[in-house]
Design a binder for this molecule. Sequence first.
Ligand SMILES: C[C@@]1(CC(=O)O)C2=NC(=C\c3[nH]c(c(CCC(=O)O)c3CC(=O)O)Cc3[nH]c(c(CC(=O)O)c3CCC(=O)O)/C=C3\N/C(=C\2)[C@@H](CCC(=O)O)[C@]3(C)CC(=O)O)/[C@H]1CCC(=O)O
Ligand SMILES: NC(=O)c1ccc[n+]([C@@H]2O[C@H](COP(=O)([O-])OP(=O)(O)OC[C@H]3O[C@@H](n4cnc5c(N)ncnc54)[C@H](O)[C@@H]3O)[C@@H](O)[C@H]2O)c1
Length: 228
Amino acid sequence: MIPLYHDLSEETVLVVGGGAVGRRKALNFVEEARVVVVSPAFDDRLIEAATGNDGSGGDDAPPSIELVRAAPDAESVSEWIDRVAPALVVASTDDRAVNAAAEATALDSGLLVNRTDVSGGRDPGSVVVPATVADDPVRVAVSTGGQSPALSKALRERISAEIEGAGAMAELTGELREELSTAGVAPEIRREAIRQVVRSEGVWKGLQKGRSKARTEANNVIEEVVDR
Ligand SMILES: C[C@@]1(CC(=O)O)C2=NC(=C\c3[nH]c(c(CCC(=O)O)c3CC(=O)O)Cc3[nH]c(c(CC(=O)O)c3CCC(=O)O)/C=C3\N/C(=C\2)[C@@H](CCC(=O)O)[C@]3(C)CC(=O)O)/[C@H]1CCC(=O)O
Ligand SMILES: NC(=O)c1ccc[n+]([C@@H]2O[C@H](COP(=O)([O-])OP(=O)(O)OC[C@H]3O[C@@H](n4cnc5c(N)ncnc54)[C@H](O)[C@@H]3O)[C@@H](O)[C@H]2O)c1
């Protein structure tokens, strides 16, 4: 399986099944997308997360979680998919037949689907949700190819410490490459300079002390490469 990153802003995610797993998926996707959860019963923490967030806040409202109390069977789950018009369907009920029907309908309609009750080989469009750790705009995704989700989670926790400060480093070097490009520095020198900056202990340490300290350190690294 090859990881791909998907922009779900402005999109809707339909979660069928509002138990512990449906709650985890809903809270993950609501960071970016509007989420609709269809289920006869809901996990308490999902109800908490959806409260005061009814999705009717107008165009500027942040993404929201909407809970819809219903128990579609394998035949009628397609009606929900048609009605909600999602980009991604999460099949997270404890009823295998309903999950399978949600998957089949989604794939027939050209939508993405995440089956939470199976691992292993999949049809294209049937996606796995990885464990992710973020220091925005940096995001690391971990999958074990479905073999060991618990290991994905444990690795995520380890990587979390490893990428501390990476978001600020991404922003700083994003600016630097723009500046070097505008200043007309030749592409191969520019690339070498940026490669050195992201590997510089001094810049990483500088980022902990603040933006201007990091910039000074980065400028020293860049000067050395440009003057070489
Ligand atoms: C990473 C994470 C993302 C997320 O879900 O958000 C995720 N599972 C997480 C946790 C977790 N899941 C399970 C446990 C209990 C321990 C264990 O059984 O290992 C724990 C750990 C815990 O809860 O502590 C049980 C489990 N999971 C799946 C099945 C079905 C099966 O294997 O057939 C069963 C057995 C159910 C049963 O037996 O009843 C299936 C999938 N779970 C996946 C992702 C996909 C593969 C990812 C990969 O390739 O590694 C895949 C294939 C589909 C999918 O859901 O996309 C999230 C970490 C969140 C975090 O980062 O904190
Ligand atoms: N992917 C993962 O990480 C992971 C982890 C644990 C379990 N699982 C699997 O995911 C599934 C869900 O696990 P869970 O712990 O959330 O179970 P759960 O029993 O807590 O939740 C299942 C939810 O589905 C709802 N539901 C039942 N029938 C429905 C229907 N016809 N339509 C809509 N909703 C319906 C229930 O009301 C309940 O809210 C199980 O099949 C389990 O094997 C996956």
